[in-house]
Write a protein that binds this ligand. Structure first.
Ligand code: UDP
Ligand code: MG
Length: 345
């Protein structure tokens, strides 16, 4: 094995967003270490490949655990956000930092629900020339009945609203450096990575794997958050809801026209339509629809407001040194930042 040969191998960074994951972290580190050991031994990735744990403002011992693993495990590096920014933003923070020093980056949740053994196949696809590899869940047997069905509903709804996302793919994917460089150009503050990545293009493929139960700890996505996530995803990527409002308005207009004609015809035939009740019902009905429509349009205006302010997506508190050196790059997107970096220490 000559030195030049090894240098040609891609440097991989596995990005792991963590929010209060102290229970699962030791196991995650253990499994990712084993995966990296094997990938390096099999010459699928460069020896300086690492796992980057992004602490998304956890309140438990997550960060101190990352720091101590960093001390004892050469694969472990860390990034600490100044406060909880949410899964999507924490992930983006990790991706943008990783991009600076890697040829390809894989994102995976900390909870080991996604099969780490699929990483090997991700790398094989990368070697055969793919820029984006989507991890797709083959079965949801281990999810609760409720989670499984809400998730299916989620994908159906997204599709109906014209949002192009891969069915049963969450945020377990590989992206090449150039794909990430393109991702960086998407400047939106309303972040829904799953919807953005397919817009990048390049050669992409899917790898199937079985989804497991959470190894430990509990889901950070209760129903309320999930509904918010779905609604956010749709309104960030599609204007179909506004079109539906327009269509509903048009439909109601036609209905009222027909009602008017009916009233006039009845009057001409001598039996005047009487009825306070029907009048009230229609007034409330129209009023209700109008309020919903206003609320929906308000939602989009709210989104525009957020985009216009261009607040930083995440603030970095600390970065642990990287095995391959060359850390220290500010991962914030150039336009989307204020005084973003809080000096370490
Ligand atoms: N997560 C995060 N910030 C948050 C919420 C979650 O970084 O505000 C991380 C979490 O630690 C996990 C991943 O995002 O690694 C997915 O969260 P979770 O497993 O709770 O979601 P679920 O799989 O239940 O949808
Ligand atoms: Mg999970």
């Amino acid at each position: 094995m000559s030195g030049t040969d090894t240098d040609k191998l891609p440097r991989l960074t596995i990005v792991v967003p963590c929010y209060n994951e102290e229970e699962v972290l030791p196991e995650t580190v253990k499994r990712l270490t084993a995966v990296l050991d094997r990938l390096i031994a099999d010459r699928l990735v460069h020896g300086t490949s690492v796992a980057l744990f992004v602490d998304d403002g956890s309140r438990d011992k997550t960060w101190s655990m990352i720091e101590s693993f960093h001390g004892s495990n050469r694969y472990v590096t860390g990034l600490k956000l100044a406060r909880n920014a949410g899964h999507q933003r924490a992930l983006l923070a990790g991706l943008m930092l990783a991009k600076e020093t890697s040829d390809c980056v894989i994102s995976i949740d900390a909870d080991l629900q996604d099969d780490v053994d699929a990483i090997r196949e991700f790398m094989q696809r990368y070697h055969s020339g793919y820029d984006i590899v989507y991890g797709v869940r083959q079965s949801r047997k281990t999810d609760t009945f409720f989670k499984r069905n809400t998730a299916v509903g989620f994908y159906r709804l997204m599709k109906a609203m014209g949002v192009n996302i891969t069915y049963n793919h969450a945020d377990y994917r590989l992206m090449s450096r150039r794909a990430l460089e393109h991702l960086e150009k998407f400047k939106e503050v309303n972040l829904f990575l799953r919807g953005l990545v397919p817009m990048i293009g390049f050669r992409s493929t899917e790898v199937y794997y079985d989804r497991h139960e959470r190894f430990a700890g509990e889901s950070k996505y209760p129903l309320k958050k999930m509904l918010g996530f779905a609604f956010d995803g749709i309104t960030s990527l599609s204007v179909t809801p506004i079109r539906l409002v327009t269509a509903a308005g048009f439909g109601l207009f036609v209905v009222s026209l027909l009602a008017g004609i009916y009233a006039i015809v009845s009057k001409l035939l001598g039996n005047t339509v009487s009825g306070w009740a029907s009048l009230m019902v229609s007034v409330w009905f129209i009023g209700g629809i109008q309020l919903v429509a206003l609320g929906l349009i308000g939602e989009y205006i709210g989104k525009i407001y957020k985009e216009v302010k261009r607040r930083p997506l995440y603030l970095i508190e600390k970065e642990l040194g990287r095995a391959g050196g060359a850390g220290g790059q500010s991962p914030e997107r150039k336009d989307a930042e204020g005084p973003a970096r809080v000096p370490a220490g």
